[in-house]
Write a protein that binds this ligand. Structure first.
Ligand SMILES: NC(=O)c1ccc[n+]([C@@H]2O[C@H](COP(=O)([O-])OP(=O)(O)OC[C@H]3O[C@@H](n4cnc5c(N)ncnc54)[C@H](O)[C@@H]3O)[C@@H](O)[C@H]2O)c1
Length: 355
């Protein structure tokens, strides 16, 4: 990979929130999600070339802070991300993130970026890629339970990649649904507001659960899920934080990102350690089958894995090339003589670079 704009070695391209928004608007939200989705698919096909480790999570009473690293041997990436469901009550977001790409050959960073918005795009892209392989053919209607920060991105991803034309919304907080209805009004989707979990899933081909609650919640009970539906379960992504009743899991064919992480964090934490699951990358790579019948219930037990962030970072790194949508951040000390780091500091005082 080459740097988007060759500058001094101390400078690292940095994508701020402001520039991320400008970039998204210049590319188009659905187009950008589709671009990230294509990068995810191509990286999942070469899954075996990546370093893989379950993310490093620091849990507290209120939430979690996680580091998500991976490398393909040439490029290294990591994301810092938090999950604090109580935050929105304090005017803060549940999920915020930033991340970095680096050159494995030198260890020098190549890109530093906001990832709060990028995570919403990549999670939506990942969900839609999974559904492309697992959802019923010609799925048109998606139920979307949990209408918070991720909601509209999910709806648009399923429209762009899976061809859904209708989204049914439900949230225990009607203000969240008001916001989603407003934001999706010109999206080209038919947007239907519903009054309960049960009403929301009625007639849906795909059910997305995207709620935030720091507990084992039961957003879907067994009677709400019918033959042939695909469930895209996003919000259960921490130990003790799930969304589906266990009986649904027992009726479903379950697809996961990285089993050692999902067994701890996903819906399947409710099942025995050896309960059979399929790895999504194998389906994408054509090694295993995804949906095999019209009556099968498929479940993407999504928790979010480092390779998805790597794909999003790689996409971003290419997308900013030749644009104005990044700044060069003075991030690396770059002494004239590499070992004279101290001398560089001393000279700064002498030249008046520092008061
Ligand atoms: N799997 C992944 O890759 C991934 C990525 C990003 C976020 N997440 C998770 O997705 C979830 C949603 O994230 P967000 O940023 O949209 O959070 P958010 O706090 O902005 O929105 C969550 C919404 O869920 C609603 N909700 C809570 N309990 C509910 C219930 N019982 N029924 C219906 N609605 C309910 C809340 O009112 C809120 O509007 C979080 O749990 C987050 O950790 C997962």
């Amino acid at each position: 990979m080459t740097t988007p704009q060759k500058g001094n070695l101390n400078l690292v391209p940095f994508v701020s929130v402001d520039n991320m928004m400008k970039l998204i608007l210049s590319i188009g939200v659905e187009e950008m999600i589709a671009g990230i989705a294509a990068q995810i698919e191509s990286d999942f096909k070469r899954w075996e070339s990546f370093d893989k480790t379950a993310r490093v999570a620091s849990h507290s009473k209120e939430g979690v802070i996680e580091l998500m690293p991976t490398s393909d041997g040439e490029v290294y990436g990591f994301k810092y991300v938090n999950g604090h469901p109580k935050n929105t009550k304090e005017g803060l977001q549940t999920v915020t993130a930033f991340g970095l790409l680096a050159d494995v050959g030198t260890g020098y960073p190549l890109l530093f970026t906001e990832m709060t918005i990028l995570t919403a795009l990549r999670t939506a892209a990942m969900s839609a890629v999974a559904a492309k392989y697992l959802a019923p053919k010609d799925a048109k209607i998606m139920a979307m339970i949990g209408n918070g920060a991720q909601c509209e991105f999910q709806a648009l991803a399923f429209k762009a990649i899976c061809g859904i034309d209708t989204v049914r919304l439900y949230d225990i907080d009607p203000v969240a649904t008001d916001k989603a209805v407003f934001n999706l009004k010109d999206s080209g989707l038919t947007v239907i507001r519903t009054n309960s979990h049960q009403e929301c899933v009625s007639g849906a081909d795909i059910i997305t659960t995207c709620t935030a609650d720091k507990q084992c919640a039961t957003i879907l009970t067994d009677n709400m899920v019918g033959a042939g539906q695909h469930i895209n379960a996003i919000g259960g992504d921490c130990p003790g934080k799930t969304e589906l009743h266990k009986d649904i899991l027992l009726r479903s064919d379950i697809f996961v990102e990285y089993p050692p992480q999902t067994r701890v964090e996903g819906e399947i934490q409710q099942l025995k350690e050896d309960h059979p699951v399929k790895e999504l990358w194998k389906v994408i790579a054509g090694i295993e089958q995804g949906r095999t019948s019209d009556t099968q219930i498929t479940l993407f037990d999504s928790v979010g894995f480092a390779i998805e962030d790597f794909s999003a970072l790689r996409y971003l790194y290419s997308a900013i090339k030749g644009t104005e949508f990044f700044d060069n951040l003075d991030m690396l000390a770059d002494p004239d003589e590499p070992r004279d780091l101290y001398g560089m500091v001393r000279r700064a005082a002498k030249t008046g670079a520092v008061a």
